[in-house]
Design a protein around this ligand. Structure first.
Ligand code: NAD
Ligand code: GLY
Length: 371
């Protein structure tokens, strides 16, 4: 078993990574939790795969359980679904000694976490993430939220779990599109912190070659996440490095109404766009940018998504990490080393315009020459 300790003092917790650990959930949770009740929040796709095994393990460890099964997908991350969870928790007569567990992807983790943070002013929370994105990113670090009409993740909290149990076997039932989506975050960790991990991903040759390396990758990603969360729990400094590619990625998500491009595809294109902007400004070599884009393609993710300047500007101005006329962009000093780059939003818009123009000209040039 691989183990990490997120050292946040009184809010510290372990991340345990092992194939099959889901079937031993009760055994790992029992010593950490006071109460006897665990409410398991999950979705209609995940529950048939893993619900029974988790319940059996919890009951064997002496817990009383209740399943709360929600429709899958981002559409469930709403205040009204939160109310459904609150009602189910009240029906279960949950007390402040009891526990809410998230069994699912990032949607379930964010939603169940927000319910755990707020019901009775906070009960214990355990994460069993079942998508790659949730295993390497959203289950660690305590960001919990629901979406509002005005945008994603706008009502939320920092609320750390008591335990994160990561079972790499869960990835075996994941549709390949969802797996590829999570790979965007893995590639992001490599780009920002860990050049050797980029090499490992290149050597694996794509999704099919990854299985033997999965535990190692999960461990390394969680370790990077652990280190930034411990250093900057409230997202005021180094944790922002995790946002590499996300500002422009958000522009693509919004421009296509969250329908055409899932989060990971949008982030991939966002990372590649920033890399090309840096190449245009002489900050990254063409070899580095080509290498990075080849890796993104290897994992079935896009390097470009068509987008208007209006959509870019809208996303930049709306960026949660922005402060009005300033924004903290994440750039790469080199592959494997991200840096925070505070800049005026007007400068970022100008830089994007210049890169757009240059990319348009270089796409037109060969055709002109052929005429
Ligand atoms: P998701 O939770 O919607 O899961 C994707 C799909 O996979 C769903 O249909 C789900 O039912 C299915 N699924 C989950 N596990 C499965 C399994 N093992 N086998 C088969 N199917 C399975 O999406 P996601 O990509 O995991 O998470 C996206 C969410 O995470 C977004 O809401 C995003 O805002 C949030 N997020 C949060 C943080 C954070 O720090 N809290 C970080 C990144 C993303
Ligand atoms: N996923 C970004 C963060 O946890 O800060």
């Amino acid at each position: 078993m691989k183990q990490l300790y997120v050292d946040l003092g009184r809010r510290a917790y372990d991340i345990l990574i092992e194939r099959g650990i889901l079937k031993a959930a009760g055994q790992y949770m029992r010593p950490l939790l006071q109460g006897r009740k665990v409410a398991i929040v999950t979705d209609e796709i995940v529950e048939p795969f893993y619900g029974a095994a988790v319940i059996a393990s919890l009951e064997e460890a002496g817990f009383q359980t209740k399943l709360i099964v929600l429709p899958p997908g981002e559409g469930s991350k709403t205040i009204s679904m939160l109310e459904t969870i609150y009602d189910a928790l009240m029906d279960f007569d949950i007390t402040r000694a009891d526990t809410v567990m998230a069994l699912g992807g990032g949607v379930i983790g964010d939603l169940a976490g927000f319910a755990a943070a707020t019901i009775l002013r906070g009960v214990a929370f355990v994460q069993i993430p079942t998508t790659l994105l949730a295993q390497v990113d959203s289950s660690v670090g305590g960001k919990v939220a629901v979406d509002l009409k005005a945008g994603k993740n706008l009502a939320g909290a920092f609320y750390q779990p008591k335990l994160v149990l990561i079972d790499p076997n869960c990835l075996d039932t994941l549709p390949s599109r969802v797996l590829a989506d999570g790979m965007a975050e893995v590639i992001k960790y490599g780009a920002v912190f860990d050049e050797p991990m980029l090499r490992l991903l290149e050597q694996a040759g794509g999704l099919a070659g990854l299985r033997p390396h999965m535990e190692e990758l999960l461990y390394r990603c969680c370790d990077w996440k652990r280190s930034v969360v411990v250093e900057d729990e409230q997202d005021q400094g180094s944790r922002m490095l995790l946002n590499f590619g996300h500002t422009l990625g958000h522009a693509y998500e919004v421009a296509y109404h969250y329908e055409t491009y899932p989060h990971g595809q949008a982030v991939s294109a966002g990372m590649c766009k920033i890399a090309r902007m840096q190449q245009q400004a002489g900050m990254l070599s063409s070899q580095e940018v080509q290498r990075f884009q080849n890796l993104v393609r290897l994992y079935e993710l896009p390097t470009e998504i068509p987008c208007t300047m209006e959509s870019y500007v809208h996303a930049i101005l709306k960026d949660k990490k922005g402060r009005g006329d300033k924004i903290t962009l994440i750039l790469l000093e080199q592959l494997g080393k991200g840096v925070l780059a505070p800049m005026a939003t007007a400068d970022l818009v100008r830089w994007l315009q210049e890169t757009e123009l240059q990319e348009k000209q270089s796409k037109e040039r060969p055709q002109e020459e052929a005429v």
